[in-house]
Each structure stands twice: as C-alpha cells, then as structure tokens.
Design a protein. Sequence first.
Length: 207
Amino acid sequence: MHGISVVQALFNPKVLALSLVYFGAVATNYGIAFWLPQIVKGFGLSNVATGFVAAIPYIVGTIGMVLWSRRSDEKMERKGHTAIAFLIAAAGIAGSTLLDDPTLKMIALSIGAFGVFAVLPVFWTFPTAFLSGAAAAAGIAVINSVGNLAGFFGPFVMGWLKDLTGSFTTGLWAIAACAVMGMVIVLLLRHDTHLEKAPSQAVKVAE
C-alpha cells in the first residue's frame, strides 16, 4: 500500500481501523488517569497518601512501556505484542472492579496500567508498515486526530457512568471494553509483516 496518495490515505480502511485502535488506547489511558486519584481517595487515604498511591500505576506503566517495547524489538514482532498489551490492560482494569481490598485493587489497576502504557510505543510501528512519504504523514495525522478524541470520551464516560450508577465499576468496564475493541481490531488487521519487522525499509520501498 505504499505510494498511495494523501487523499487515499485519509479515507483508507486501514487508517480508519488504526484510528479506532488508537482511540481505544487513548480512551483507556485517559479514562483511568483522570479518575484514578478519586478511585484511590475512596480508600480513605489522605490527600498526600492518595498522591503517592496513585503514582504507583504510572511507575508500573513506565516500566511496562520500556520492557514491552524492548521485547517487541528483540522478537521483531508487533501485532501480537500490541494485542497482548491490550488484553493485559483490559484484564487488569476489569479485574479491579471485582476486588474490594484496596491493595488488590491497586495491583489490578497497576497491571492494567502496564498494558495501557505498553500498547503505545508498539502501536506506532503500524502506520509505517503500509504507508510512506506524504501518505504516511496524512495517515498518522488522521490516526492521531481521531484517536485523541478519546481524550474527551474516556474521562466523560467514566464520569457520566459514575454519576449514573454511584460507583466507578461500570465506567471501568466501559474503559476495559475500549481496550478489548483495540485488541480485536489489531488481530483482524492485515499488513505487511516484512515492514513491521523493519519499519525503516518503508522508505526504501517508497523510493
């Protein structure tokens, strides 16, 4: 699919599919990030303690981002790593709703954060697996624009469902569903696995 025009890239099914994948990743990320302090505050902690405890998933997520992307590079594989990271995110977030103990809930949310953060660096190898040049720039712009709409969607849905139900449980399930959506689309998406393993070759193909 290298060599397609900018206009074609804007309406390309794979670009739109990747936009939904990124939408799922961002919705999961922002949905948790925006409301995590209130979830932790619900444990009955002080404001200072809430800040420290709420930082734990970010520490785990940062470690996940580095280790998972490094593993993806070592294995020279992207699709499976992205899908598994989404699965980890969904499992951790959904699992947290089944736990009442604050420690266990934070462990589950930290596992979810590992998946959420691990998705992002591996995901961005996909656009160059089938786009190059100006088309790649246009495609990435579309993916980024549509995906970042989730920056509003994720926190809004979490807050709306919290007001509607009186708890974060339904909202966390909705956020986990966004991660599942991203995973399913990634698994269904077909692309050039040769370029997936060596994204820099996209330039050579385009020339």
